[in-house]
Design a protein around this ligand. Structure first.
Ligand code: NI
Ligand code: MN
Length: 217
């Protein structure tokens, strides 16, 4: 599976299907917009904050892609004329060979509830935490899914920072981690190398720049 970090919480997964998560393009990733928003099958949004829903509706429309999100957000997407699949925490949707599991996130939202996703595709499980603080629910996510890859916020202020994200790595029993939701704007400036050091040998921390990708096996 090809994993591309598009800056902030925006991540693209490409295997049998192409999935875009939280497509907000800002700061360093602004210039990636055009070529990264094509060929999308699913757009999954963790919660309604602007820095996560971003261009989700427009990208769905451009690609005739299916919107995946919490029930209330999916209703909004339908009003926008999109194909949308709404869900809620604890549920899963199997569609086109992909399984979207919606999991708990400790955060706030202006519409619906904030959430994370565990996405299963081509035999791999990817956990996108959305915006969240450290929570014991992550032990359950670890127990149930043992994610091959976890995408965890480390920017602090609005989510957990490096200290707590390193504890989350433990709880999640995850093999690999990519830190996200940092260095987009000053309130969430963070040094990913500090996070990497705190994780130590518990998991492989993959540091990539916005627009870069790697192959998850
Ligand atoms: Ni948020
Ligand atoms: Mn956010």
């Amino acid at each position: 599976m090809k994993i591309t970090w598009l800056g902030h919480s925006a991540v693209k997964l490409e295997a049998d299907k192409t999935i875009l998560i939280d497509p907000f393009f800002a700061g360093p990733s602004q210039n990636l917009k055009a070529n990264q928003r094509q060929g999308i099958d699913f757009v999954a949004v963790t919660h309604g904050h602007g820095d996560h829903i971003g261009d989700a509706f427009e990208i769905c429309k451009e690609n005739n892609a299916t919107f995946i999100g919490g029930a209330e957000l999916a209703d909004e997407a339908e009003k926008f004329g999109l194909k949308a699949l709404g869900m809620n925490i604890g549920g899963k949707i199997a569609v086109g060979g992909v399984v979207f599991n919606m999991v708990f996130a400790a955060h706030s939202a202006n519409i619906g509830s904030p959430a994370g996703f565990v996405i299963e595709m081509n035999g791999l499980k990817v956990y996108h935490a959305g915006d969240t603080g450290l929570t014991l629910e992550m032990k359950l996510i670890g127990e149930l899914f043992k994610p091959d890859l976890s995408l965890l916020p480390i920017g602090d202020t609005y989510t957990m920072g490096a200290d707590m994200a390193a504890i989350a790595v433990d709880y999640l029993q995850t093999k690999k981690v990519v830190p996200i939701h940092y260095n987009t704007f000053p309130a969430i400036n963070a040094d990913p190398n500090v996070f990497k050091k705190k994780v130590g040998a518990k998991a492989e921390v993959i540091l990539i720049a916005p627009g870069d990708h790697f192959e998850l096996k």
